[in-house]
Design a protein around this ligand. Sequence first.
Ligand code: FES
Length: 171
Amino acid sequence: PYRSVITVEVNGTARTLTVDHRRMLVDLLREDLALTGTKKGCDQGQCGACTVIVDGRRLNSCLLPAVTVDGSAVTTVEGLGDADGLHPLQRAFLDRDAFQCGYCTPGQLCSAVGAIAEAAVGQPSRVTGADVPAGRPVPLTRDEIRERLSGNLCRCGAYPRIVDAVQDVLS
Ligand code: FES
């Protein structure tokens, strides 16, 4: 009684899965689909390591019951690049050494992709409420980037280089 069959597109591939209603998306991705790029840090919505993109929005997959993504499209770090290789943000992270241990990097990348998309459509900052005009061809300022990635913690403290990498993509 606590299971449902869901259909979800994961990194462009349709999957039909039977999921326990108590199962979180992060566990479905990592354990059932072997997409271990998505990391679990705090498991309570504090660190952002588990960030994935669901229907264009960045979300903490540790807080999201897998059953709720029925009919949605989920993108994980494994799905960011295209057939030609890495996503521009992944390339920029490499060029800028925007990590040390790398554990937070998949979440940082997915969050940055989401943040850039949010800025492009003028979605207000979730932290300050400040609006960014629609269609504004970013660059976001360094402070705006930091604020918009503030849900993603990096215990190595690579924040300045993460901002550098995001700015590279936006400039
Ligand atoms: Fe989901 Fe930390 S593991 S926010």
